[in-house]
Write a protein that binds this ligand. Structure first.
Ligand code: SF4
Ligand code: SF4
Ligand code: SF4
Ligand code: FES
Length: 980
C-alpha cells in the first residue's frame, strides 16, 4: 500500500500510525505527547497535519491506502505553532539552569525545531506547590505541560492507576490518588511517569542540583537568573537564549556518563542506562531494553544505595579469634590458596564445596565451577536455584526438554489467558506484572490466579481461587482430567507431539473433581470454570514461582503444570507456554553456566564420559566423574563432618537457606570458610576470610534473565576501595593453586564457554553489543530462539512427554501445638532479606521492617491489632514481628515477607525438601503464635503505597480536555478566518 506524503508516494505498513510513518521518513513534525511505547495520547495537538485536506493529529490515526498527507502546509504549520504556544503557556524555559537540559528535553527540542522566538500566550504559573513528598522524585506543577504521558504510563503501562489529570478544573494538574501528596498515595515509585515525562515537571531527586553546571545555585540566585532570562526574551528571542543553554548542555556531556547495564535484582532482566557524574548516580534511564522498554520497578529505578554505601567492604578481612582484621589482597589470597590446598591434601577434594552467586555474571559462575572441577577436583558446586527454581526446571526437563521459559515476555502479553499459580508477580516480578496487567486491562486478556494470598494480581483476576496449602498438584491434575474427560483436550496436538498420553491419562484416574474439591477446599464449579477457560482460550501462558516450587512436591507440581499445557496444545505457538519466573537477576544464568553439582555449562552431564572428556581436553585436567553435593547436601555433610571447607560468593546463605539456625550451626563448624561479598552479610560472621567484591555496576559481563535472554552489562564505575570484580578474585585464587588462567576480560571467558557449550555456541560479545540480546539456545551462526519448540521438543524423537505425577501430603503439617500455616515471600520494595535494598534510604523509609500478615478472623479471635508484637514459633525456631491485619490472608494462614536480617523468616522454616531436587519446602511451615502484649505503630508507615487509594481510568481521557469551554482544536480559528 502507498500513500502520498508531502507530495511523494510512500510505502506504508498495515496498521502503521501516521506519526510513526512520519518519524520513519525522517520528516520533522513536532510530537510532544506521543511516545511509541504509550501509544497515542492526543493531548498536545502539536502533531497536526493535513490529511486529505483536513487538520488531523498524526498520532491519532493509522495510515490508509491513498491518503494524502501534508505536514508543513500553512494551516498545519500554524496549528502546530498554536498548539506549542499553549504548551509554553504552561512551562517556563529556563533551560540553562535546568537539570533536564541534557539534550533530550522534548520541550526544549520542540522550541528549537519550530524556531520559536516569542510566545503569544504568556507563561502562567499554576496555583500549586511543588510536591517533594516522594523520596525519589518530585512534581513541579509550574513546569507541567499537561501532556498526560505520565498518566498514560501509570494507567495503561504500569497499571498502578495512581495518576489522573483533573481536566475540568480551572487549573488542571496531575493528581496522585485524586489529590493526595505523592508520598501518601498509592504510588509504588516504579518511575514510569518520571521516565516518560518530556520535560522537568517530574524529575528524579538525584538529578536536582547535580546535572547542570549552574543548577546547584541557591534558590534566590536561580530565581534571579530565571527573571533575567524572562526579561531579555522579548528583546533577544528564544533562539539566542537556547543557544546559550545548548552550550551548557554540551558541556554536561563531557562529565555525565551514560552507561548501559542490566538490573541487579530480579529475573525480569530490565536494562537501562545509568547516568553518573563521578560516583554520583544521577539517574537510571530505561528506554529500549528488550525486556522492559521504559519500564522499571522501584528497585531498578531507584534502589542503588548499596553501590556507594559506607557499609561496602573495601579491604580483605581475615578472622582473628572473634573479630576480623584488615589484610592485603596478597595475604588473603595466599591464605585461601594455602588452606584449600592443605584441606584437599588432607581430606580429599570432596571435602571442599563451592557456591556461586545468582547475583553475579555468567562468566563468574563459569569460573567458579571451573575452579571447583578443574582446579580442586570436585563437583560439589551449586547455586541458589536450589532454593527456588530447580523444581520448575525439573518439571520442564521431564516434559518438554529444556529447563527454561518456553517463550518470551511478549508471549505473555499475546496470550488469550494467563494463569498465575503461586506467584506474587506484581511484587516479585513487577515489570512482567505490568505486561499482564496491561494486556488484561487494555486488550481483553483473561486472568486466573491461584494463590494463598489475595495479592494484587488476584484482585485483578477474572477468577481468583485459594486452594488449601500444598494442594496445587491436585487441582491442576483434576482440571487436566476434566479437560480430557470432556473432549476439551487438543487431541491433534497430542497425537502429533506428545508421548505417553494413555499412561498419563490413566494416572489421572484418582484426580476426580470431587476429590480435588474436597482436598483443595474449592467448589467444583470453580474447577470446571477454570478448565473451560483454559481449554477455550486463544493461547494460555502459565506463570508460576515459589508458591509452587518451594514445596515437597515442587517438581511434581511444576510437571503437572506442563502436563496441563501439553494436554491443551499450549506449546509451540506464540502466546503460549510455561513460564517459571526466575527470582534473581542471574539465577537462570548461574545454572546455565554450570554452577550445579551434576552439570557442566549448558546442562551437559558430568557423569557422561564423552562430555567429561571434552572438558578434560579443553582444560587439560582429569575431572571427577560423580555428581557432587548440592546446597542442601552440603549442609548435611558439614554436620556429618565430611565437608571441611567452603567458598561462597554473593549468597546470603545463613538467612536465605531454610532452617536458618541449622544452616548457621553448620557454617560455624567449617574448618575453613571463604566469603566473597560486597557487604558484611550475616553469613560473613562465620567466615575465616572475607574478600571484598564489586557490585554489578563496577564490572562487565553478562546476565541471563527469566526469558533465557542473555544481556551485557558494562562497567559504570570503578571498583570502590580495593574491592574487585568476582571473576578477577576467582582467577587469582585459581592461579595461586596453579591453574595458569589468563583471562583479561570477561569476553574471553565467554569465548571459552561458547566453544564448549552447544546451547550457547553462537553467543559473542559482539552479538550482545549495547542493547542487543540473545535468547538461548543460540546456534553457531548467532540465530537464537525467543520462542522455544517451534519445530520440535528437546527430546531425541522431537516429541514432548506427558509425565505422570502422584500426590503426597505436604511436610511440616499443622497440629494442636503448631496450629497456623506460615507462608512467606518477597515484598515489592526489598530484594529478599534486604541486604542491598535497605541501603537505599527511600526504600527503608517506605518499608522499614518485616511484619506478619494476619487475617481479620484470626486477629479477632486472638485480640491482635495492626502494630501488635507477636512471637511466631515453629518446630525449628522463633521470630518476633509486628502484625498487619489484612484480608490478603485468610483464616489460620499467616504471611511473612523475607525483608529482615534481624528476624528472618527462615528461622522458622524446616529442612524438608522437594523430593527430587532438594529445594527446601519453605512454603510448608507450621507455627504457633503468641501475642506479646506490646503495640507499636503500623509497621507499614503512612508513606507505604498499600495505604493509598488508586483512581483507575482507561488512560488520560483527553476527551474531557476537548470538552472544556476554553478548548478549541488548534488551527480551527485559522480555518474559520480563511473560510470567512
Ligand atoms: S506508580 Fe508512581 S512512580 Fe509509578 S507511574 Fe504511577 S505515579 Fe509514577
Ligand atoms: S508531569 Fe506528566 S503531564 Fe506534566 S509534563 Fe510531565 S508527563 Fe506531562
Ligand atoms: S527488580 Fe526486576 S522488575 Fe524491577 S527493575 Fe529490576 S529487573 Fe526490572
Ligand atoms: S503528539 Fe499528537 S497530539 Fe501530541
Amino acid at each position: 500500500m502507498t500513500i502520498t506524503l508531502n507530495g511523494r508516494p510512500r510505502t506504508i505498513q498495515t496498521g502503521e500510525r501516521l506519526i510513526d510513518l512520519i518519524i520513519r521518513c525522517e520528516i520533522e513534525v513536532p510530537h510532544v505527547c506521543y511516545h511509541p511505547q504509550l501509544g497515542p495520547i492526543q493531548t498536545c495537538d502539536t502533531c497536526m497535519v493535513e490529511v486529505d485536506g483536513k487538520l488531523t493529529r498524526a498520532c491519532g490515526i493509522t495510515v490508509a491506502e491513498d491518503m494524502n498527507v501534508v505536514t508543513s502546509s500553512p494551516r498545519a504549520d500554524a496549528a502546530q505553532r498554536e498548539a506549542f504556544d499553549r504548551i509554553l503557556g504552561n512551562h517556563l524555559l529556563y533551560c540553562t539552569v535546568c537539570d533536564n537540559n541534557n539534550g533530550n528535553c522534548t520541550v526544549h527540542n520542540t522550541t528549537k525545531l519550530l524556531r520559536v522566538e516569542h510566545q503569544e500566550i504568556p507563561y502562567k504559573p499554576k496555583p500549586y506547590e511543588v510536591d517533594m513528598s516522594n523520596p525519589f522524585y518530585r512534581y513541579d506543577p509550574d513546569q507541567c505541560i499537561l501532556c498526560g504521558r505520565c498518566v498514560q504510563a501509570c494507567q495503561t503501562l504500569e497499571v498502578n492507576e495512581t495518576l489522573t489529570i483533573n481536566w475540568e478544573d480551572p487549573h488542571p494538574r496531575v493528581l496522585w490518588d485524586g489529590g493526595a501528596p505523592i508520598g501518601e498515595s498509592s504510588c509504588v515509585s516504579c518511575g514510569h511517569c518520571v521516565t516518560v515525562c518530556p520535560c522537568n515537571a517530574l524529575m528524579e531527586k538525584s538529578m536536582l542540583g547535580e546535572a547542570g553546571y549552574m543548577t546547584a545555585l541557591p534558590k534566590p540566585a536561580l530565581d534571579g537568573m530565571i527573571d533575567v532570562v524572562k526579561g531579555i526574551e522579548p528583546e533577544m528571542g528564544y533562539g539566542a537564549i537556547l543557544q546559550i543553554s545548548e552550550v551548557e548542555s554540551h558541556m554536561r556531556e563531557s562529565r555525565t556518563r551514560k552507561t548501559k547495564t542490566v538490573c541487579t535484582y530480579c529475573g525480569v532482566g530490565c536494562s537501562f542506562d545509568v547516568w553518573t557524574k563521578d560516583r554520583h548516580i544521577l539517574k537510571v534511564e530505561p528506554a529500549e531494553g528488550a525486556a522492559n522498554g521504559v519500564s522499571t520497578c522501584i528497585k531498578g529505578k531507584f534502589g542503588w544505595g548499596h553501590v556507594n554505601s559506607q557499609d561496602r567492604l573495601t579491604m580483605p578481612l581475615i578472622r582473628e579469634g572473634d573479630t576480623f582484621r584488615q589484610a592485603s589482597w596478597d595475604e588473603a589470597l595466599d591464605l585461601v590458596a594455602h588452606r584449600f590446598a592443605e584441606i584437599k591434601a588432607a581430606t580429599g577434594p570432596d571435602s571442599l564445596a563451592f557456591i556461586s552467586s545468582s547475583k553475579c555474571t555468567n562468566e563468574e559462575s563459569y569460573l567458579m565451577q571451573k575452579l571447583a572441577r578443574a582446579v580442586i577436583g570436585t563437583n560439589n558446586m551449586d547455586n541458589c536455584s536450589r532454593y527456588c527454581q530447580a523444581p520448575a526446571t525439573t518439571g520442564l526437563f521431564r516434559t518438554v526438554g529444556y529447563g527454561g521459559d518456553s517463550g518470551s515476555i511478549s508471549d505473555m502479553e499475546k496470550a488469550g489467558l494467563v494463569l498465575i499459580v503461586g506467584s506474587n508477580t506484581a511484587e516479585s516480578h513487577p515489570v512482567i506484572a505490568t505486561r499482564v496487567k496491561r494486556a488484561h486491562k487494555m486488550h481483553g486478556q483473561k486472568l486466573i490466579v491461584a494463590d494463598l494470598r489475595e495479592n494484587e494480581m488476584a484482585e485483578r483476576a477474572d477468577v481468583f481461587f485459594h486452594p488449601r496449602p500444598g494442594t496445587d498438584l491436585i487441582w491442576l491434575s483434576a482440571v487436566t482430567r476434566y479437560i480430557f474427560d470432556n473432549g476439551l483436550a487438543d487431541q491433534a496436538f497430542i497425537d502429533q507431539w506428545v508421548n505417553r498420553a494413555a499412561e498419563y491419562q490413566k494416572s489421572l484416574d484418582m484426580f476426580t473433581l470431587e476429590m480435588a474439591s474436597e482436598r483443595c477446599g474449592l467448589p467444583i464449579e470453580t474447577l470446571t470454570t477454570v478448565a473451560h477457560m483454559i481449554a477455550e482460550a486463544k493461547g494460555v501462558c502459565v506463570l508460576w514461582a515459589m508458591g509452587v516450587t518451594q514445596h515437597s512436591m515442587g517438581s511434581d507440581t511444576s510437571t503437572a503444570i506442563s502436563n496441563l499445557l501439553l494436554a491443551t496444545g499450549n506449546y509451540m505457538k506464540p502466546g503460549t507456554g510455561a513460564y517459571p519466573l526466575r527470582g534473581h537477576n542471574n539465577v537462570q544464568g548461574a545454572s546455565d553456566h554450570g554452577a550445579m553439582p551434576n552439570y557442566f555449562p549448558g546442562y551437559q552431564e558430568v557423569a557422561d564420559p564423552a562430555i567429561r572428556s571434552k572438558f578434560e581436553k579443553a582444560w587439560s585436567v582429569s575431572l571427577p566423574p560423580k555428581p557432587g553435593l548440592d546446597n542442601h547436601m552440603m549442609i548435611e555433610a558439614i554436620h556429618e563432618g565430611k565437608l571441611k571447607a567452603m567458598y561462597v560468593f554473593g549468597e546470603e546463605m545463613s538467612l536465605v537457606d531454610s532452617n536458618a539456625n541449622y544452616v548457621s550451626d553448620a557454617l560455624s563448624k567449617l574448618d575453613f570458610f571463604v566469603m566473597q561479598e560486597m557487604l558484611f552479610s550475616e553469613t560473613c560472621r562465620f567466615a575465616d576470610v572475607i574478600l571484598p567484591a564489586s557490585p554489578s555496576l563496577e564490572k562487565e559481563g553478562t546476565f541471563t534473565s527469566t526469558e533465557r535472554r542473555i544481556q551485557r552489562l558494562y562497567q559504570v564505575l570503578e571498583p570502590l576501595g580495593e574491592s574487585r570484580p568476582d571473576w578477577i578474585i576467582i582467577q587469582d585464587i585459581a592461579n595461586r593453586l596453579g591453574a595458569g588462567w589468563k583471562y583479561e576480560h570477561p569476553s574471553q571467558i565467554y569465548e571459552e564457554i561458547a566453544a564448549l557449550t552447544p546451547l550457547m555456541a553462537g553467543v559473542t560479545y559482539e552479538r550482545l553489543e549495547g542493547y542487543r540480546t540473545l535468547q538461548w539456545p543460540v546456534a553457531a551462526d548467532g540465530s537464537d530462539q525467543p520462542l522455544l519448540y517451534t519445530k520440535e521438543f528437546n527430546f531425541p524423537d522431537g516429541k514432548a512427554t506427558f509425565y505422570p505425577v502422584p500426590w503426597s501430603e505436604p511436610s511440616d503439617q499443622q497440629d494442636a501445638e503448631y496450629d497456623l500455616h506460615l507462608n512467606n515471600g518477597r515484598l515489592l520494595e526489598h530484594f529478599h532479606e534486604g541486604n542491598m535494598t535497605y541501603l537505599t534510604d527511600g526504600i527503608r523509609e517506605k518499608t522499614p521492617s518485616t511484619f506478619v500478615e494476619v487475617s481479620p478472623e484470626l486477629a479477632g479471635e486472638r485480640g491482635i491489632r495492626t502494630g501488635s508484637w507477636v512471637q511466631l514459633t515453629s518446630r525449628y525456631g522463633k521470630v518476633r514481628a509486628q502484625a498487619v491485619i489484612t484480608t490478603r490472608v485468610r483464616g489460620k494462614e499467616l504471611y511473612m515477607p523475607m525483608n529482615s536480617t534481624d528476624e528472618p523468616v527462615n528461622r522458622l522454616t524446616s529442612s524438608h525438601t522437594d523430593k527430587v531436587t532438594h529445594t527446601p519446602a519453605y512454603k510448608e511451615t507450621s507455627v504457633r503464635l503468641r501475642v506479646l502484649g506490646e503495640i507499636g505503630d503500623d509497621p507499614l508507615p503512612p508513606t507505604n503505597s498499600r495505604h493509598g487509594h488508586p483512581t483507575p481510568q482507561t488512560g488520560v481521557e483527553v476527551e474531557r480536555k476537548w470538552k472544556r469551554q476554553d478548548y478549541h482544536q488548534p488551527g480551527d480559528q485559522l480555518v474559520q478566518i480563511q473560510t470567512r
